[in-house]
Every structure is written in C-alpha cells, then in structure tokens.
Design a protein around this ligand. Sequence first.
Ligand SMILES: *Cc1c(COP(=O)(O)O)cnc(C)c1O
Length: 382
Amino acid sequence: MNIDTQLTHLGRASAKSMQSVNPPITKTSTVVFPDLHSFESSKTKTVFENIRYGRYGTQITFELQQAMAKIECTETCIATASGMSAIVAVLSSYAELGKHILVSEGVYKSTKAFCETKLAKSGIEITFFNKNDHIENLITPETSLVYIEVPSSTNMQLLDIKSVCKAAHGKGIVVACDATWGTPIFFKPHLLGIDISIHSATKYINGHSDIILGLITGTDEKMMPVRDWCYRYGSYAASDSCWLALRGLRTLSIRMKQHQENAMIVANWLRSQPEVTNVIYPPFFTGIDLELWKTQFSGAAGPFKVELQPCQDHNFEQFINSLDLFSIGASYGGFSSVVTPTNQTKQESSINKKRIVRFHIGLENPYDLCDDIRKALQYLSI
Ligand SMILES: *Cc1c(COP(=O)(O)O)cnc(C)c1O
C-alpha cells in the first residue's frame, strides 16, 4: 500500500471497538487481569508487545508502534521518552555486547556527549569515522555496533550507507541510524540495509512542537536487546505523547511536501543574497555527495544551514532579533519556522567570525519568510 494510505489507516484497530475514528488513550499504571490464569500467562508471553504493566505501554503505545514499524518497512517499533532516550537505549544495549563501537562524525551533540562521557567512562572504546574512512579497517573483534546519522546534525555530511552496511554486515555487526532529518517520508533506512532506525518523533513526526518522544524500529531479533534495555531502565513513552504522535502521522506526508516546497523556495532565494556566502542543504550538494543524496533520499526536509558574511557581533544580534516570523530556538520539525544560531567561536575577533545559522522552514507562506529575512539582512550589509 502507498504510504499516504498507510498513514491514514494504520494504528486504528482499537478505535473499532469504541465505534470511533481515533483510538482511545488509556491512562493506567496498573494493568489489571480478569483472572489468575491471564495474570500468570502475561509473565511468560514471548510476544514483543505485552500488556503487563503500564511502563511497558498500553494499547495506544502499541497502535503507534505497529503503525511506525509498517511505515518504516520493518517488524517492530519501541516508543521511548525522547529521541535522546532512544539513542541512549540503542548505543547502550549494543555497546554492552562488544565494548567497541564506530560512530559517524558530526552526530547530534548530545549523542556525541553521551559517547564521550558515559560510554567512554564505562570502558567502551569509541572510534569516530567520516565518509572518507573505510570502516573495514576500523572494525575490531570487539566491535558490536556501527552508529550513523545522515545528514549529520553538525555538518550535514552524508555517507554511502550501502557500503557501510555491507562492511559491517560482513563481520556480523549491527548498523543503527538516527533518521530524524529524513523522516519516514523521504528516507527509508531499512531498505538501504540499516538494522535499527531511530527517530526523534518530537520533530516532524509529531510536527506540532508540543511533545517529546522517541521511536526505534527494526526486526524483532535486532530490537530484542534494545527492548530489554528500555524495559530494564524504564524508558517510558507517555500515552498522551503516543496519541499525539499517531495524530501527527496522519498529516506527515502532506506536511513534508509543503515543508520541502517552502524550504526550496527560501533556500534558493537565500543563495542569491549578497550577505549569504553559502547555503548548506543536501539538494544543493555537488559531485559524489549529490549522488549519495539522490540515491538515498526521495526529498528534503526543512532545516538547512546558512553561512553569512563576517560581521560585528551587534550586527549579527540585530539580524537575529529582527526576524519576526522565525522563533529563536534549538529545535525543528514543527509547523512554524525556527532560527538556530550555531555556536560562535570565541577566540576569533568579532569581524572575522564565520556566522552560521540553521533555518527550519515551517508552513508559513515562503515568500513572507523571504520578506522577513530580507528585512533582517539589511543589518548585515555594511
Ligand atoms: C532533536 C534530535 C534528537 C533528540 O531528540 P529529542 O526528542 O529532543 O530528545 C536526536 N537526533 C536528532 C538528529 C535530532 O534532531
């Protein structure tokens, strides 16, 4: 079935018994059983999803998980408290199995921090690699996970995913990918060979900037250690958040089409502005990177990075503060536009500083957004 049809119909089984379009939210801590036999057999069930105790999820959790697994073209999904808790669950559960992991450079900052602090202190060796490395040469007998993020949060780097998977699978090593940016609409990790896909559903999947939630997908076999880790350490996804994420899925496809259309208009317009020195956006890549982009993604989400010409601190501040339609913040994927000023290096003198901002293009009219940026850019043209 086409994904548009799936997004409309999946995750509604429990609505039928309510004679309702949408499934109900169950809010419970204790799961109660009609008799001793069903209580006892709930403990021994080997199925992936098991109604046994509120922390393991209720019907609405399972509705979302099953819908997400189907959309991601795999068997199983686990919802977690946040995108970050999903990342921690995957890294921890697989790092424990071997003691060495490979992580692609430029991953989400908190992911890198978790590797370099908690994992490293627990005696796990971490090797960071980039698109020029041959990971065959970096794999050791202890390697139990290759973790990637495409495009990477900090520098929007792409990787040859099929080659990475081939090298890892040749040694029986699992590949996990933070697939948040691409969304299930534009990026199909499992069809490219990735074993475990991670989404911060906080972003596009929910799409309305009102929940924090993580989703992890993969086959039953590959997900078992992750599920056990989530259960053991209590990574609980709130039922309200699952309900809202499922609602977000209904419009994910049409929202992504609009985000893409708007982002292209704004990014193209920005490229022709004299105050803009570069727009870092996968559809604008060239050579091998463009090839990777075209073969691995079917579309582009909203966030891209913009390099501005050097300017004084106060000019930059005026530029950011005079944007009216862009909220200043550190997230993306919601219906409204956001500007994220990236870390400014302190040592350089203010006039030589490379000014980089990330724009998330929302669902406003894109020409209104261009007008808003035009008005702000005047503070940069000295
Ligand atoms: C936002 C984000 C996360 C973290 O997700 P939360 O739901 O905020 O915990 C992880 N990875 C990427 C790529 C993200 O953009």
